[in-house]
Design a protein around this ligand. Structure first.
Ligand SMILES: Nc1ncnc2c1ncn2[C@@H]1O[C@H](COP(=O)(O)OP(=O)(O)OP(=O)(O)O)[C@@H](O)[C@H]1O
Ligand SMILES: [Mg+2]
Length: 628
């Protein structure tokens, strides 16, 4: 095969959107033997747009990281919605993303150098957050095709650098180089407008605390140094609405940067200040501290072991990792309304472990390898694992700093360190749980009794009620009810509790164990319909008890709609439906009791008929339920 033949054979099979500049460079290299740059900028810059950031917020976090690292005390994020796109269908908008900080800024030479992929003032520095030299560039291009960086170290002296994927792609030089930073004495008008006018969301502009609403004050307000990242016309945002973008960023950054926020960092998203949210509920200044009605405002720290983890499995160089185990104040918080638990405390939003790298959360989740099998009771404890960037390889942190994939020796070390304490915490929660179930099994009034009592007023025929007119009559009635309450007292109930229950309710359900009796019996005493269920009958064993066992799971703390089965294998949603079915079954029996009471009221002859029906029905039911 001669040279000419080889040249004509090589035909790159590139796609239709391949950058023009890249084609020329590639052809020159292949056909003319031109110099080969190690990185082919024209294609690589587009390929890098696909570096996977989980979410728009995680890409924005790279810029927040940089701002924090370079001394900012105030960082402002904007999702600026600016025009309606034409066309049919659902309206969609264009967004510019801006991250503004008041940190140290960059001098023009540094600014130019750090625009290069890999360009960094802190490459491989393991003392802070950034170390790879790519975050600012890849994160920005992952959401939009153009990145503009403005930086200043003196008021009204802005330097600008730009990366535009399209023009880089069209560049036909072998080696793409960046021009000098451009000097500007003010920011471009579209950026000035964004910084000085309220955003489309939050809708109520009184929720927005602008940097300044006076454009003439802007330069002064930007301060003597700072940096502004501008990503216009973003084409790859996770959401299409300002509301979703802002709300997600608010929720995530409140947790990810909780320590910096608690230490005083002012972070704004669309002009709304972010409060720290601490999923371990241990930072006193975080959001949960401001919720009304909580007796306990912080979780209990159970242990804080430190474990030395080697940089790699066979390395002798180790770094300390601190693990904190917290138990949430279940006794107090479980008494709170569900809305408070879900929306304010957000107990169910977070699961298991928060991995903190250099004081900033990089990952959270259950991590079964460390904590084992998960059940819904596990919403009531938290682990926080603090590791330094020196252990990035051990924890499997990649350059976009979102997520961890700890090596198995790391998993084993952490697991061993907290295993015993975690077991004790889980046992505590389980104990609380089963105690609550016992209490719930003896409610003051069962749901069925309560509903039946409430519905009583709407019945066509009213059952006669004792109406004491004198104090003496009242005393006699109370005495009778007290005697009755002793008869119907439930296990674990005091005399007074039973009396109160009988006073409040027109329906009373009692259980009795009697091998020879029917599965139910009904009588009326002092205006109360008393339904006795026989726990010795097959009806109880085969229908009532199994249903109440499933239903009992619905009352448990942490029985939430997270789509998970708890350890008993009962889906919480199913348990709730079983609880509802149980109430209906009780009501079915209470109405049977009431119907008999109502019918015998004017016709005492019916008593023996009902007795026979009950006896025969019970026998037949027993036989049939025991079949098969
Ligand atoms: N907001 C900022 N203020 C001051 N300097 C900044 C800012 N953002 C970026 N820089 C400079 O740009 C450099 C490159 O930032 P970039 O995020 O790309 O990489 P890095 O932070 O060094 O490492 P990593 O890829 O881990 O984030 C930084 O090292 C820093 O010198
Ligand atoms: Mg960085």
């Amino acid at each position: 095969m001669n040279d000419t033949a080889a040249h004509t054979e090589i035909q790159p099979e590139w796609g239709g959107h391949a950058p023009r500049g890249a084609r020329s460079v590639f052809n020159r290299i292949v056909k003319e033997g031109a110099n080969v740059p190690l990185f082919l900028s024209q294609t690589l810059v587009s390929a890098l747009r696909d570096v996977g950031y989980n979410h728009t917020t995680s890409a924005v976090c790279e810029h927040i990281d940089n701002a924090i690292e370079w001394g900012s005390t105030e960082v402002r994020i904007y999702f600026h919605q600016h025009s309606r796109r034409g066309g049919r269908g659902r309206p969609s908008y264009k967004f510019d993303v801006i991250v503004l900080d008041n940190g140290r800024g960059m001098d023009p030479k540094v600014l130019r150098a750090v625009m290069a992929f890999g360009g960094s003032l802190r490459y491989d520095n393991r003392e802070g957050i950034g170390r790879y030299g790519v975050g600012m560039k890849t994160a920005a291009l992952s959401i939009g095709p153009v990145l503009e960086v403005y930086s200043w170290q003196e008021s009204a002296a802005f330097y600008r650098m730009m990366l535009d994927t399209e023009s880089i792609g069209n560049d036909s030089k072998n080696l793409v180089t960046l021009p000098d930073a451009e000097f500007l004495d003010s920011l471009p008008p579209e950026i000035r407008d964004t910084l000085t006018t309220p955003e489309a969301f939050p809708r109520d502009s009184s929720d927005q605390d602008l940097l300044t609403s006076h454009p003439e004050e802007l330069t002064e307000r930007l301060g003597p140094s700072g940096t502004l990242i501008y990503i216009p016309d973003c084409d790859r945002l996770t959401y299409r609405s300002a509301k979703s973008l802002v709300e997600h960023a608010t929720k995530e950054t409140a947790r990810i940067y909780r320590r910096q926020l608690a230490a005083g960092l002012c972070l704004y998203v669309n002009n709304r200040r972010i409060e720290p949210f601490d999923p371990t509920y241990s930072l006193p200044s975080a959001r949960h501290g401001k919720i009304n009605g909580l007796q306990e405002t912080t979780s209990r720290i159970i242990c804080t072991p430190t474990v030395d983890i080697p940089e790699s499995e066979d390395s002798h160089v180790t770094h300390p990792v601190t693990i904190r185990l917290f138990r949430l104040p279940i006794e107090d918080w479980d008494q709170q309304p569900r809305k408070v638990l879900k929306n304010d405390l957000r107990i169910y939003d977070f699961e298991g472990i928060s991995f903190m790298r250099s004081d900033r959360e990089v990952h959270n989740g259950r991590h079964q390898g460390i904590v084992g099998k998960w059940s819904s009771a596990d919403h009531w404890w938290r682990l926080e694992v603090d590791f330094p960037a020196a252990l990035d390889e051990a924890f499997g942190v990649s350059f976009n700093k979102q997520g961890v994939r700890p090596k198995s020796y790391v998993v084993d070390l952490i697991k061993k360190t907290i295993r015993d304490e975690l077991r004790v915490v889980r046992e505590h929660i389980k104990r609380y749980w089963s105690q609550r179930v016992t209490e719930q099994a003896q409610p003051k009034l069962s749901e069925a009794e309560r509903r039946a009592t409430e519905a009583e007023a709407m019945m066509a025929t009213l059952l006669p009620q004792p109406r004491p007119r004198t104090e003496e009559e009242q005393r006699v009635l109370d005495e009778n009810l007290r005697t009755l309450s002793v008869m119907v007292k439930r296990e674990g109930e005091t005399d007074d509790q039973a009396f109160e229950r009988v006073q409040e309710s027109r329906y009373v359900v009692v259980f009795k164990h009697d091998e020879d009796a029917a599965f139910y019996s009904v009588e009326t005493q002092h205006g109360r319909v008393i339904l006795t269920l026989n726990s010795a009958h097959a009806f109880f064993d085969k229908l009532y008890k199994p249903l109440s066992e499933i239903a009992a799971r619905a009352a448990l703390p942490g029985a939430v709609d997270d789509g998970d089965d708890d350890e008993s294998g009962v889906d919480p949603e199913l348990a709730k439906r079983a609880a509802e079915a149980l109430v209906s079954l009780q009501i079915l029996l209470l109405t049977l009791g009431r119907t008999q009471a109502e019918m015998t009221l004017n016709n005492a002859d019916l008593h023996p008929v009902f007795r026979t029906v009950r006896k025969t029905w019970s026998n037949n039911l027993e036989v049939m339920l025991h079949q098969g």
